[in-house]
Design a protein around this ligand. Structure first.
Ligand code: MUC
Ligand code: MG
Length: 367
């Protein structure tokens, strides 16, 4: 299982409906397909989504850091030597989605070699997750129409609503309209992507106190240290750290500093190995987690559900697993489907990723 080569293939697939949020937007999935080849012919696969507004990575930087720095450092190591692989990758700071894609591709290889599913190897708790859909910025009526469509078509009843616009009252109105349209049983939570100040966030939360929000995520920047602590201390809604806690050490800092009371785990940035570190840290501390979405395509979503379904703590809440439905196409031979509000893991050895060669030829940008 020695690593013989790492392929980085940039590809671009347009979104039918772009996702817009306070820190940016995505119109086209310009991701990088990462394939790790072993000397004995196994191929581990994952995708890295560049999110410059969150991690500083671009499609070009992901390809460059893997090709020029990471691959030469890990060639010849076995897929079983993941700690050594990470020791080498961690010599370079940052680049979380590039590192995570390599990690997940190595797990895919381990699963294939063992003839077992990665989800089973990780923990095997269940074979599916309830789905939470992220509703991006739009006029309130359009946000309601989107949520109703996801409820009626896919059975989804949990929604993460993007907030963080100014004035904050338009987001409060949208959340109120969603609660009125979806009824008391729908689970609603909000994500501000750092768009508001601490005091705007406090006012917005007070005005939404009757909406039964399950979580509030990154409403204001964690870098506004005292403001954020002040906000988190006064709210009764669990406050999720997402982009402010992208590594186990950040998780420690945000939680112990009183700047968050729950954590978003994203396999796109911590792979499976780092995500388990974060998960076990949160379990040890008694802190709730949600499986987040890096605006993943189908490969990334498959990785998220494989991890989320594997552990009882990550399977407790709905995972953010549906935004690939807004893309015009994807690379999998057999597309993912959401039924009765749930997404199942893929059966079979490894991650069960089967890339359609025609689709890859059509969307890859390097040929
Ligand atoms: C989210 O949860 O914030 C938007 C920016 C990002 O980094 O992830 C997405 C979704
Ligand atoms: Mg977020």
């Amino acid at each position: 299982m020695k690593i013989a080569a790492v392929e980085t293939i940039p590809f671009a697939i347009p979104f039918r409906k772009p996702l817009r949020f306070a820190s940016g937007g995505v119109h086209t999935a310009e991701h990088v397909l990462v394939r790790v080849h072993t000397e004995d012919g196994l191929i581990g696969t994952a995708e890295a989504p560049p999110r410059p507004y969150t991690y500083g990575e671009t499609q070009e930087s992901i390809v460059a850091v893997i090709d020029k720095i990471f691959t030469p450092q890990i060639l010849g190591l076995s897929a079983l030597e993941r700690e050594t692989v990470h020791d080498r990758l961690d010599r370079t700071v940052g680049n979380p989605t590039a590192k995570a894609a390599i990690d997940m591709a190595l797990w895919d290889i381990l699963g294939q070699a063992a003839g077992m599913s990665v989800s089973g190897l990780l923990g095997g708790f269940t074979d599916r997750m309830r789905v939470s859909h992220m509703v991006g910025f739009a006029p309130a009526e359009a946000m309601v129409a989107e949520a109703e469509r996801f409820r009626d078509t896919y059975g989804v009843t949990t929604f993460k609503v993007k907030v963080g616009r100014r004035p904050y009252t338009q987001d409060v109105e949208a959340c109120r309209a969603l609660r009125e349209a979806l009824g008391p049983d729908a689970e609603l939570y909000i994500d501000g992507n750092r768009g508001w100040t601490a005091s705007e966030s406090a006012r917005a939360l007070r005005e939404m106190a009757d909406l039964g929000l399950v979580f509030a995520e990154e409403l204001c920047p964690a870098d506004d240290v005292l403001g954020r602590r002040w906000l988190v201390a006064q709210t009764t809604v669990p406050f999720i750290a997402d982009e402010s806690a992208t590594r186990a050490a950040d998780v420690t800092r945000e939680l112990l500093g009183g700047s968050a009371t729950a954590i978003s785990i994203k396999t796109a940035r911590t792979g499976f190995t780092g995500s388990q570190r974060v998960l076990h840290e949160c379990e040890g501390l008694g802190v709730e987690v949600v499986m987040g979405n890096q605006i993943d395509g189908q490969l990334g979503t498959l990785c998220t559900v494989a991890f989320g379904a594997a552990h009882r703590t990550t399977a407790r809440y709905a995972g953010e697993l549906s935004n690939f439905l807004d893309m015009t196409d994807d690379l999998l031979t057999e597309p993912l489907t959401i039924e009765a509000g749930t997404l199942r893991i893929r059966e079979g050895a490894g991650l069960g990723i089967d890339i359609d060669p025609d689709k890859l030829a059509r969307y890859r940008q390097d040929r």
